[in-house]
Structure formats: C-alpha cells, structure tokens
Design a protein around this ligand. Structure first.
Ligand code: ATP
Ligand code: MG
Length: 301
C-alpha cells in the first residue's frame, strides 16, 4: 500500500501542478514552467506539451501588449501635436501669416493618423487569419505603370527621377489590390527616404518559377546593424526617427505579410548613405490555375 501510495503521489504531482498552473493562467497570472521529471512517459510528455502551450500563450500576450503600446504611442504623437496647434489657433497665439502653415501641419498629422489606422486595420485583418486572396491574372506592365503614375512623384518630390524596367509581356497571378499595396508601401519608402536629387528604379524580372519585383533608391540607406529589424512591427531606424519623415514602422511588416500570403519571399539590401533595394517575389502558379482565371483579367486604367 505504501509503495502504491508513493507511486501514485508521484504520478499525480505534475497533474496537480498543471491544474494549478492552468487556473493561474486563466486568471492572467504568470506561471513558471512545470518541472519535467521524466520525458519518456505519458505524463512527462503531457508536461512538455503544457509548457510549450504556456510559452506560446505568453508570446501571444506579449505581442498583443507591445502592439497596443505601439499603437497608443503612434496615435498619441500626432494627436498631441494637433491639439497643440489647435489650441494655439484658438488662443490667437499663431500670427496671421503663419495660420496657413499651421493648418497644413494639422492636415499632415491628420493624414498620418488616417494612414496609420489604415495600416492597423490591415494588420488586424492579417492577424485574424490568412484572409482570402482574390487571385487574378494581370499584366504587370500595366499595373506597375498605373501604380507608379498614381503616386505623382514629380509633384511630391521634384528632383526625384523614376525609372521603370518591365517587360511588356509578363503576367502575374496575384491579388491585385494586395499587390498594389505591397508596391505602394515599398515605393512610399523609397520616396520618403530619398532626398532630391535622387533616383528610384523599379524593376520587374521574370524568372523560371517566379516574378521578381524590386524598388531601388539612391536615398539615405540603412545601417548594417539595423537592417535585420526593418521588417519588424513599429521598427524605425534611428535615422528615420530623428528625421521628420513620419510613419509608424508598419509598412514593411505589412508588405512582408502580404508577400508571404502569396507564397513569395521579400528581402532588403542597403548601404548607409548610398541607397536601398527592396525586392520580393510572386511565384508562378500552375498553368491550369492561370488558364482558369484568364477571363478575369483586370485592367488598371
Ligand atoms: P510606415 O510605412 O508605417 O508609414 P515607415 O516607413 O517608417 O512607416 P516601414 O515602411 O516599415 O516604416 O520601414 C521601417 C523602417 O525601415 C523605416 O522607418 C526606415 O527607417 C527604414 N527604411 C525602409 N525603407 C527604406 C528606404 N527605402 N531607405 C531607407 N530606409 C528605409
Ligand atoms: Mg513605410
């Protein structure tokens, strides 16, 4: 009886520990890993699985906390600045000739917030599952010309020249809206982080199993130490944080998620002071698949 008692106490000890840990987790407390006595039996394996689940839950919780902290910080900055300027206007502290400039700042900050909330909505959509892709077959040349044209780069930053190298006969099978968003995110970075006079080169190369798109600029570039982090959410390099470029550090993160949704890859190369090149790929899909959607070719004009 004593042997059986000792044995069953030993077996049920990790089970009791898990029960206690589960209820602590449920009430939002942090819990230490449960000790694995032997990883070879069922109870041992259950404890290992429990610890893994607990670590994953903690990770999700940390991501959620960082995400909310990041959003609150990013929203607070433009709101504080808008409030300051509006109060200045109300109290008559802004000289008459500076009113238009002040209103422009308020407009810019408001736009920044609208962009940010748009990006946050995209992220939330991406977070809540892979989402449906409306795959269509479209001609890259047309799409790229439309996207680059819609940016009005000459007006936004006179002195930036844009060149596009794209074969006319390349078709891609992708979600056209999301493709446009990826390109816009990369192009807006190239514009933002390149001082005039400068050059932006958009290139499309069709390879055997995928199409490669790239946006290269002759801008400020990224430090080798920082380049590993630019795809992370809310990450902005020191240089861009200090300059007056705005932005929340979400654009590349969203672009990466969208590229990966299409089964492609994304990468970045950069040299500080010389420029940056961001590339991504969209894989070719089964010929049958492309054929079936050939009727639904989209037009960008
Ligand atoms: P958002 O895109 O959310 O408006 P953002 O442009 O700062 O803000 P990302 O597009 O994610 O954010 O880019 C992250 C960081 O990577 C930028 O803040 C910038 O420091 C750096 N970066 C991205 N693209 C370039 C580029 N073409 N040249 C130089 N630095 C870049
Ligand atoms: Mg950006």
């Amino acid at each position: 009886a004593i042997v059986i008692y000792c044995y069953s106490a030993n077996v049920s000890k990790p089970l009791r520990a898990m029960e206690k840990a589960a209820s602590q987790l449920a009430s939002g407390q942090t819990v230490e890993d449960i000790e694995v006595v032997s990883a070879n039996d069922e109870v041992g394996r259950l404890v290992v699985a429990f610890n893994t689940m607990k670590q994953k839950l903690e990770q999700v919780e940390n991501v959620r906390r960082d995400f909310i902290a990041g959003i609150s910080h990013e929203l607070r900055t433009p709101l504080t600045s808008i409030l300051g300027f509006v109060q200045g206007l109300q109290d008559g502290l802004v000289p008459k000739d500076e009113v238009p400039v002040t209103l422009n700042i308020i407009q810019d900050e408001t736009r920044r917030m609208i962009n940010l909330t748009g990006e946050i909505l995209d992220l939330v959509k991406l977070e809540s599952g892979p989402g449906e892709l409306y795959m269509e077959r479209f001609r890259v040349f047309e799409a790229m010309a439309f996207i680059v044209g819609s940016l009005n780069i000459n007006e936004k930053k006179p002195g930036l020249s844009v060149e596009m190298i794209c074969p006319e006969d390349v078709y891609v099978y992708a979600d056209a809206d999301r493709f446009r968003q990826i390109m816009l995110n990369l192009l807006s970075n190239a514009i933002k982080y390149t001082d005039a006079p400068g050059k932006i080169l958009v290139e499309v190369k069709d390879q055997e199993s995928f199409t490669e798109f790239s946006v290269a600029d002759s801008g400020i570039g990224i430090d080798a130490e920082e380049i590993g982090f630019v795809f992370e959410r809310f990450y902005r390099t020191d240089k861009s944080r200090h300059s007056n470029t705005g932005g929340a550090g979400l654009g590349l993160n969203v672009a990466k998620a969208l590229v990966e949704q299409h089964g492609g890859e994304i990468g970045i190369e950069s040299k500080l002071g010389e420029g940056t090149r961001v590339w991504f790929t969209i894989p070719h899909h089964e010929a049958g698949e492309i054929q079936s959607s050939a009727d639904s070719e989209v037009s960008f004009t």
